[in-house]
Design a protein around this ligand. Structure first.
Ligand SMILES: C[S@@+](CC[C@H](N)C(=O)[O-])C[C@H]1O[C@@H](n2cnc3c(N)ncnc32)[C@H](O)[C@@H]1O
Length: 209
């Protein structure tokens, strides 16, 4: 199943499902990254239904997502259908980029980071939040067993088995964030883990001046 199909299929239930699975913490996890970003023009990359809109008070937001079905539910005034790997904006035209729960779904994180670097002004920042596995091997194994049981059950109840199977497998797709962001064109301002067993991470990157 392609990730485009996944998000088109669950668009109407996406926010509810996310809130339940995160035990109501998804917005607090987003907020911690947003609090590190400079004011001004912000790109919400993979904005989906606009779940983060309520915490973007001080920003002029552009919401970007490749799934029209997700974006159709997003109330942001500026919406763009596109992918992170090819951003339809001129260079140095944003102060900040925010992206929550998107990195695992990208075709290429490397190409997307290059694009973020291109569109940010020098000193601009990107705040990324995503899910993965806990840092230690034992905790990661426990977490893998847990999501292998819980997510198919939730999928069965929600009538979306393929989508939940996709979520379970996507958690193992990428390296740990400490490795993933070690050699990028940016300076790392901060990187942290949160949530049960630390399976959620946040990272703030700054474009070099
Ligand atoms: C799990 S949802 C997160 C939505 C929103 N950021 C949030 O915090 O609720 C992942 C989003 O990433 C989008 N997406 C998938 N591939 C993408 C890509 N290559 N570039 C940008 N967004 C992508 C999906 O369409 C989907 O809306």
């Amino acid at each position: 199943m392609s990730n485009g199909r996944v998000f088109a299929d669950i668009a109407d239930r996406y926010d509810r499902i996310n809130r339940v699975l995160s035990l109501g913490q998804d917005q607090a996890w987003r907020m911690r990254a947003v609090s590190h970003l400079p004011s001004g023009r912000l790109l919400d990359l993979g904005a989906g239904t606009g779940a983060a809109n309520e915490i973007f008070g001080r920003f002029e937001v552009v919401a970007l997502d490749p799934a029209p079905a997700m974006l159709a539910r997003n109330a942001a005034p500026n919406r763009v259908v596109a992918v992170g790997e090819s951003l339809p904006f001129i260079g140095e035209s944003f102060d900040a980029v925010f992206s929550a729960y998107v990195v695992r779904n990208l075709h290429s994180l490397e190409a997307t980071l290059d694009e973020i670097n291109r569109i940010l002004r020098p000193g601009g920042r990107a705040g990324l939040v995503d899910l993965g596995r806990p840092a230690t091997r034992v905790k990661a194994r426990v977490h893998r067993v847990g999501t292998g049981v819980v997510l198919p059950l939730v999928g069965l109840v929600a009538g979306a088995r393929a989508e939940y199977s996709y979520l379970h497998h996507s958690l193992d797709k990428l390296a740990a964030p400490e490795q993933l962001y070690a050699s990028t064109p940016f300076d790392i301002v901060d990187i942290w883990r949160m949530g049960p067993l630390g399976f959620v991470y946040g990272v703030v990157l700054e474009k070099r001046r």
